[in-house]
Ligand binder design. Structure first.
Ligand SMILES: Cc1ncc(COP(=O)(O)O)c(C=O)c1O
Length: 574
């Protein structure tokens, strides 16, 4: 207590001395100013009498009071500055879209529209169980007593056959990347050997750990990794993106960036928006060039700031299947010393074989010095079962930030390479088996055929359906287009058994070719032409409810759409 009292006294004396010195300084400055100013004839004398009054007034206060006032004023000044800066940032962040959304939200609050939304939600509640074919299955019972395993597996086999009709139609955009039973059996047989393995216990499942390291090396080899390059496997594209963003945000915070910013093309996958929400980073979205549909580079450049933890390019992106200009993004990343993540989740295991297939495409991988990480999904064009993706880093320096290490866990030091704790080795075993048994030539042949399907469909639409507008100049894995009455094209194609993507902002349709649908390219072109001609002749029809529901969500602001679409999420789980 004594010690505290003494410290307080010392601080008080220092404060008093400083206050007196401060007041002397003010008085001296005042004298000096007074002398100099009174020499200036053009200043009326009455101002000097006021200055004099002020001086006399000041002298009636104790130095301590004056200093306290000064400090209070300083605090008020700093707070005002902060409020002004925040309001300025707020004003800067108000985009036209936000203003538009604000008014749409207000209008949608009107009872008339609230009823419409409620009606749509109720309609969705009825239609979704039909889409999910809930009536095709019997409730699953968990009995007290043992059941015959043969009959349990029989039931499972019957249920899985319900999906087969759609899955094997060869008319799905993306979704099914491998429809070949032989490959599926290889994956299944390999998985069986590791189905109960756990990579968290690498000292027990040593072979699973070894296989994982080999699969990563195969990826590094395909994406031209350097000596210090490294990687990890994750359970999918979203998880690879989350892990990469986690690493860059952590690295940024480690370097003193308190308000991390990630710069992405507006066409970047939703996983980046998810990452920003989870890790509390600011996501800066950059518009695309209206002709090329690639990210606008000069806008990326001007968005880079001292808070940037990484910039992102897609190769290709999901909405339009267009690759951003990764070479130029790499130049920017190098110039401004920021990491560059290339999202190759969708087409990564296709484009790595383009070179072998003699198809020339711009650079996108670690041959570019600015590229610091790449995500590429083995469970898409790698033809592996769902649940495996690769996240590769140009240098170990980046990867270590993706690890989670907690040395104080009461259960013992805890180290995981990705977000999972326990994780199965069976997907890694399947990936190893599928990749090595098929070999590079198999993948190269698929890459050639898919490229051909993309180019033919793109050129066909341009020539035969001139009123449809293709997004950019796609050449990797799919085609996206927009046009008048696009909802009729979507609806018609759906009636013909096609599953296409209804894309937004602007509204359009995209189709991704895979090894499971690439041989049906001619049929797709024929059906597009058919519906195009119908629309040209104004032969329209009643749209299916699902088409109308899709269309309805398109112009809704995010908050309203997520309030409506939670019905969908509920239907998935209930
Ligand atoms: C470009 C792109 N990035 C990321 C993802 C996310 O992958 P996943 O669905 O495996 O999480 C996708 C999925 O289609 C994609 O197209």
């Amino acid at each position: 207590m004594e010690y505290l009292k003494k410290s307080f006294l010392i601080i008080f004396r220092i404060f008093k001395r400083l206050s007196r010195k401060g007041l002397n300084l003010i008085e001296n400055t005042h004298d000096l100013m007074y002398k100099n100013l009174s020499n200036l004839d053009f200043i009326p004398k009455k101002y000097f009498t006021r200055l004099n009054d002020l001086e006399l007034n000041l002298k009636t206060y104790s130095p301590f009071t004056l200093m306290t006032y000064a400090i209070i004023l300083l605090i008020i000044f700093q707070l005002t500055k902060k409020v002004i800066r925040k309001s300025y940032n707020f004003i800067q962040n108000i985009s036209l879209k936000k203003i538009k959304d604000f008014f749409i939200i207000l209008i949608l609050k009107l009872p008339k529209y609230q009823n419409e939304i409620l009606k749509a939600k109720q309609e969705m509640k009825i239609i979704l169980p039909k889409i999910f074919k809930n009536n095709s299955y019997k409730k699953i019972e968990f009995h007290d007593n043992k059941q015959d395993e043969y009959s349990v597996l029989q039931k499972l086999s019957q249920m899985s056959r319900v999906d087969d009709k759609i899955i094997n139609s060869g008319k799905l955009t993306g979704a099914v990347y491998c429809g070949d039973n032989k490959i599926q059996n290889i994956a299944g047989d390999a998985a069986k050997l590791y189905v109960y393995s756990n990579l968290l216990h690498a000292d027990m499942y040593c072979s699973a750990r070894f296989i994982e390291s080999q699969v990563i090396k195969i990826g590094l080899d395909l994406f031209n990794g350097k000596e210090d390059s490294c990687g990890m496997t994750t359970s999918g594209g979203t998880m690879s993106i989350l892990a990469a963003m986690y690493a860059y945000i952590k690295r940024g915070r480690n370097n003193g960036i308190e308000n991390p910013e990630i710069i992405v093309p507006i066409t970047a996958h939703a996983a980046f928006f998810k990452a920003a929400e989870i890790f509390r980073a600011k996501l800066i979205t950059i518009p695309i060039d209206p002709i090329t549909c690639q990210v606008n580079l000069s806008k990326v450049k001007s968005a880079i700031s001292k808070n940037t933890v990484c910039i992102v390019g897609s190769c290709p992106n999901f909405p339009h299947t267009i690759a951003d200009d990764i070479e130029k993004l790499s130049d920017l990343a190098l110039k401004y010393k920021v990491p560059l993540h290339v999202d190759c989740c969708l087409g990564g295991f296709l484009i790595v074989f383009y070179n072998k297939a003699n198809i020339k495409i711009p650079k996108y991988d670690f041959t570019l010095p600015g590229v610091t990480s790449i995500s590429a999904d083995l469970h898409k064009y790698g033809l592996c079962p769902k649940g495996i993706s690769l996240l590769l880093f140009s240098k170990r320096e980046y990867r270590r930030f993706a690890y989670f290490i907690y040395p104080h866990f009461m259960g013992g030091t805890y180290i995981t390479t990705s977000f999972d704790g326990s994780r199965t080795g069976c997907l890694i075993a399947s990936a190893y088996a599928v990749l090595t048994s098929l070999g590079k030539n198999y993948y190269t042949n698929i890459a050639k055929r898919i490229h051909e399907a993309v180019v033919k469909t793109r050129d066909f639409i341009k020539k035969q359906c001139p009123k449809l507008k293709i997004f950019g100049e796609p050449f990797i894995c799919g085609v996206a287009f927009k046009g008048d009455k696009i909802e009729y094209i979507y609806d018609y194609l759906q009636k013909k058994g096609w599953h296409t993507n209804y894309i937004m902002n602007p509204v359009g349709i995209s189709f991704v070719f895979t090894s499971a649908n690439m041989e049906n390219d001619k049929e797709l072109m024929k059906d597009i032409k058919e519906v195009y001609d119908k629309i040209e002749k104004n032969e329209l029809w009643d749209l299916a409810t699902s088409t109308k529901l899709y269309g309805m969500t398109v112009p809704l602001p995010e908050s309203v759409a997520s309030n409506t679409l939670d019905v969908y999420a509920d239907a998935l789980l209930d």
